[in-house]
Design a protein around this ligand. Structure first.
Ligand SMILES: C[S@@+](CC[C@H](N)C(=O)[O-])C[C@H]1O[C@@H](n2cnc3c(N)ncnc32)[C@H](O)[C@@H]1O
Length: 248
């Protein structure tokens, strides 16, 4: 059961009674959260790339994918985009034509329709695949080298399988040497799971949104690096989530 809910920036998100969570932070605003925590850092850190390969975990209402299109079209029109997004809820995807999207997504009505009815969209500059599948299974099966992973599952407390060390090992395997993972989670367990898979951990902070995390294969400039060795030293009981501790 899902209800549409207006968030603080005026854009609508949804509430899931199954997970007892909203799809976005209602305080940060759905559109604003997607922009600040995922899209802006992803494009800023890959601004020299003429082809961007993005994994969007999980599609949900599709804000991260749609805002990536808007951002590309507005600031990087020559960049081609390839987006792969797993999503468990096929009924949600089929219903998306009725969702009250922000005005800026209006040019993408035909793309929303194609995703809802065909599971994807393609033109000369854009390839989008939305697969109705478990992201956990999908990440094991996916191949190739990807530039960005928008890690936007429900929170670790209600959807732990998409936040374990083993899950992030699959994500790490798919990231190229400039690969980054963007996520709203600042939990130490999340950062540990990424760190244990070879990522450097950075704070994504700014006006108008709660702190978030960027994990990067390479060292980044312009973001505050989290001193993970220090964090681990101060929190000796802290552990990443592990598959073996979940009832998978
Ligand atoms: C926080 S919402 C995603 C928000 C999305 N990025 C957006 O912009 O609307 C989490 C989504 O994860 C989906 N989900 C939960 N478990 C999943 C799994 N194991 N595999 C794929 N999708 C999953 C839910 O159906 C829901 O749509």
């Amino acid at each position: 059961m899902k209800n549409w809910v207006q968030s603080c920036d005026g854009s609508y998100t949804a509430y899931s009674s199954e997970y007892d969570e909203h799809y976005h932070s209602t305080k940060d605003g759905a559109l604003n959260e997607s922009l600040k925590k995922h899209i802006e850092p992803a494009f800023a850190l890959h601004c020299k790339k003429d082809h961007l390969r993005i994994i969007d975990i999980c599609f949900g209402l599709g804000f991260n994918t749609l805002l990536s299109l808007y951002y590309r079209d507005t600031y990087y029109p020559d960049t081609t985009l390839e987006i792969y997004s797993p999503e468990l809820d096929g009924d949600l995807i089929a219903s998306l034509e009725g969702f009250p999207y922000p005005e800026i997504f209006e040019p993408y009505r035909n793309i929303i329709t194609d995703i809802a009815t065909l599971g994807g969209y393609e033109d000369e500059r854009t390839q989008i695949t939305v697969e109705i599948t478990d992201a956990r299974v999908a990440m094991r099966a996916l191949e190739g080298e990807w530039d960005v992973c928008y890690q936007d599952a429900f929170s670790p407390s209600v959807n732990p399988a998409l936040w374990t060390r083993e899950y992030f090992a699959d994500v790490a395997r798919l990231m190229g040497e400039d690969g980054i993972v963007t996520t709203y989670s600042t939990a130490l367990a999340t950062r540990l799971a990424l760190y244990e898979n070879g990522f450097n951990i950075y704070l994504n902070t700014g006006e108008g949104y709660r702190n978030a995390t960027i994990a990067s294969r390479r060292e980044l400039e312009g973001y505050e690096k989290v001193d993970m060795a220090h964090k681990i030293g101060c929190n000796t009981d802290a552990r990443s989530l592990k598959d073996e501790n979940l009832a998978l």
